[in-house]
Design a protein around this ligand. Structure first.
Ligand code: C2E
Ligand code: MG
Ligand code: MG
Length: 708
């Protein structure tokens, strides 16, 4: 959570109203409402400024109206003398002279807005000020912060410079000199080259070209970032924004230099509180986006400038958290952060963007292959186990890579596409990276469409249930029950199998709605056969219903189950929920009590797709499930595949020890059936034994079958 940024407007009420509108304007287009959304805007009368500001340090951006030009400057001066480095936007009356403006900047105004500015200009100025409030108002009281940083942050804020290309002369404000380490040089001797010489050599040419472009009127505005020498080997990131005053070719370029080091992450000696993830010390998503925005702008001036955004996600982090506890989980995240930082070069950004989500901004790279090789070195770094509280923990990750392209206007779009690629990497099993491809975007749009239609389709009666028979396969084959399998009668695409919509529903709470529908309707539709029939051994039939992990972990599930049983008269022992192995193990802490409560109600719980989900034996004993269903991947190649035969055999003996029944899915031929029966499996399901049957045909199927 980032702190609230307070914007305090001192001036007439009309100005406040204008800014309040501007704040909304700014929040929307930035699209970062949730990160920077906590902006609070306040109005105070001009006379109260000085006393209020000093009492309320948390008011971090001041908008000051200065009608007569003069009073405002005194106020700024007074504030600056207290050492407060908050951004101050000075709103002046129209027609202030250039000299007056420059005086205001030197006094310590961060930005000047000429009266009559448009809402867009106000919004842009506010955006800059709020970002600056995040980045510059930092660590002032931190121990060990050098005098110079204190001077930069606590002093007059940003530095101001002008450059006249005609004679290459520059004029620098005191703050600019402090930032640049040129306190002693006199204006008369200074040229642009003196300043450029203090830039990182990789940045010099580019910055000079950009400045020249502005001076020649080729670029509409100045907006670039670079590294500025800070001590013998350290650099700080600076942002230079400005414009051309006067005619192209003969005018003067005025610019404000802002220290954005905290925003550039890795090498920052000062980290902004609100922009830093407290656990790992990495910058957060806001910073990543802000730096990516600079890179996007950079690409606009220089097409050859390449950069990439990589989204990273730890595989099965929740499980590590559950297994070893949060302290170890936190330790792991810190360890991961360190290894990530070691894998990138200075100037790149590594940010923590979510609980176990990280992102990297790789700058100045040549091609996608470079980005992939950084990801490969991350993989190498992560391959070694983490040693945490006496445990050796292995942790793989998935990554999505996106290269900057000219169609990206906003940094959020890059992060979005990196996340889409990441999603693909994850759904292909994790522990891999995936480069973004445009069709993923199409797929994401389609998925969204599907989600919207499905949301309507559930109450709109478009879901259908099929029931696939289950048989006991030890001794004579007997009907043991049915598994309910959902389908969707899509408004245009026909009857869709679950693979087409369940994964989409699982990405949101829609799966809970869908699951609730299945639970209620499967019980209602199957009640006549489930409650009324027994198999030929006199055993009651069992109805199996699939429950997605998200739904299983939802607190309302137990009640839904109880309600479905009550409404349909199905007895608890005739109902069995199927939850995939990974669904149970990923949140084992919640799963253990959930399974226990269901079992106490008398409802069975079966581990579906068993063998694919990295179960830990110790959890399996604690989970108190009633049965295991062996994943069909192990059945497909039976009996020829020796390893798979052994796996099924091992699962059966494990189940015996734990007192669990074993079901096998995907039986398609007799050889498979005989093999699993010989290995001791109790129950079978598959095309050989019976296809899924539309619910309205089950009665007829039963009539035929029960007569046999
Ligand atoms: P599952 O629970 O493992 O279900 C078994 C799947 O195997 C079904 O696919 C079934 O039609 C298919 N199958 C049955 N016999 C054979 C066979 O001999 N060979 C092969 N290759 N496949 C066979 P279906 O109906 O497409 O469902 C796929 C998955 O979708 C299910 O896998 C389950 O994970 C999920 N699913 C289905 N219905 C629901 C539901 O109501 N809720 C939730 N959360 N998931 C569901
Ligand atoms: Mg199933
Ligand atoms: Mg299954």
């Amino acid at each position: 959570m980032n702190p609230v940024v307070h914007i305090m407007v001192a001036g007439q009420k009309a100005l406040y109203d204008m800014f309040e509108r501007a704040t909304h304007q700014w929040l929307c287009p930035l699209g970062a409402g949730d990160e920077l959304g906590r902006v609070h805007i306040d109005w105070i009368p001009a006379v109260a400024v000085e006393s209020t500001i000093q009492r309320q340090m948390e008011h971090r951006v001041l908008v000051l109206e200065d009608d007569r030009f003069g009073e405002g400057l005194k106020t700024i001066d007074a504030i600056r003398r207290t050492g407060l480095g908050i951004p101050i936007l000075l709103v002046t009356r129209p027609g202030a002279t250039r000299q007056q403006l420059r005086r205001a900047i030197t006094a310590g105004a961060t930005e000047i807005i000429a009266g009559g500015a448009s809402a867009d200009q106000l919004a842009a100025a506010l955006e800059r000020a709020v970002v600056r409030a995040h980045t510059t108002f930092v660590g002032v009281h931190r121990e060990g912060t050098s005098e110079r940083i204190l001077a930069v942050i606590g002093g007059a804020g940003d530095g101001f410079m002008t450059w006249t290309p005609r004679d290459d002369g520059v004029e620098l404000s005191p703050a600019f000199r402090v930032q640049t380490g040129m306190e002693l040089a006199s204006d008369a001797e200074l040229t642009l080259a003196d300043w450029l010489a203090r830039l990182h050599e990789d940045d010099r040419d580019r910055v000079r070209r950009t400045l020249q472009g502005v001076a020649d009127g080729i670029l509409p505005a100045l907006d670039c970032h670079y590294r500025l020498a800070f001590g013998p080997s350290a650099y700080r990131w600076m942002l230079l924004r400005g414009r051309l005053d006067g005619a192209a070719g003969s005018g003067t370029v005025s610019a404000v230099q802002t220290d954005i080091t905290a925003g550039s992450g890795v090498m920052g000696e000062v980290a902004a509180e609100g922009l830093r993830d407290p656990l790992t010390g990495l910058p957060n998503r806001v910073v990543l986006l802000s730096r990516a925005a600079q890179c996007v702008r950079e690409r606009r001036t220089d097409e050859s400038y390449q950069f990439a955004v990589v989204a990273l996600d730890l595989d099965r982090f929740a499980r590590i958290n559950d297994s070893f506890g949060h302290v170890v989980g936190d330790e792991l995240l810190r360890g991961v952060a360190k290894r990530l930082l070691r894998s990138v070069k200075a100037g790149d950004v590594v940010a923590r963007t979510g609980s176990d989500d990280f992102a990297m901004l790789l700058t100045g790279i040549g091609s996608v292959a470079d980005a992939e090789s950084v990801v490969a070195s991350v993989a190498e770094a992560m391959a070694k186990p983490f040693s945490l509280a006496g445990h050796q923990v292995f942790c793989s990750f998935s990554a999505g890579i996106v290269m900057a392209r000219s169609r990206y206007d906003r940094p959020e779009e890059l992060l979005r596409d990196a996340s889409l690629a990441l999603r693909r990497a994850r759904s292909s099993g994790g522990d891999r990276s995936q480069v973004f491809e445009t069709n993923m975007h199409m797929n994401a749009v389609n998925d969204q469409m599907t989600e919207i239609l499905l949301k309507r389709g559930i109450p709109g009666d478009q879901l259908r249930l099929h029931f696939q028979p289950l048989f006991s396969i030890q001794g004579p084959r007997r009907l043991a029950g049915f598994e309910a399998l959902v389908r969707w009668q899509h408004p245009t695409r026909g009857l869709l199998p679950p693979a087409e919509f369940i994964p989409i529903a699982e990405d949101s709470d829609l799966i809970i709605e869908l699951g609730a529908w299945v639970l209620a309707h499967a019980c209602a539709q199957a009640a006549p056969w489930i409650s009324g029939l027994t198999n030929r051994e006199g055993r009651p039939l069992v109805l199996n219903i699939n429950i997605a992990a998200r739904h299983f972990n939802h607190p309302g599930l137990l009640q839904e189950v109880a309600r479905a049983l009550e409404a349909t008269g199905i007895r608890p022992e005739n109902l069995q929920l199927e939850i995939t192995e990974s669904g149970l193990m990923d949140h084992v802490g919640i799963a253990i009590p959930n399974v226990r409560r269901l079992r106490e109600m008398g409802v069975g719980v079966q581990v579906d797709d068993f063998g694919t989900g990295y179960s830990s034996l110790s959890y399996l004993t604690q989970l108190q499930v009633s049965a295991l269903k062996v994943d069909r991947a192990f059945i497909k190649m039976l009996p020829e595949n020796h390893a798979h035969m052994q796996i099924v055999e091992a699962i059966v003996s494990l189940a015996r020890i734990l007192g669990l029944a074993v079901t096998v899915e995907g039986i398609e031929n007799l050889r498979q059936l005989n093999a699993v029966a010989d290995l001791g499996c109790d129950c079978g399901q598959g095309h050989l034994l019976g296809e899924p049957i539309p619910s309205e045909e089950v009665e007829a199927w039963l009539d035929r079958h029960m007569k046999l």
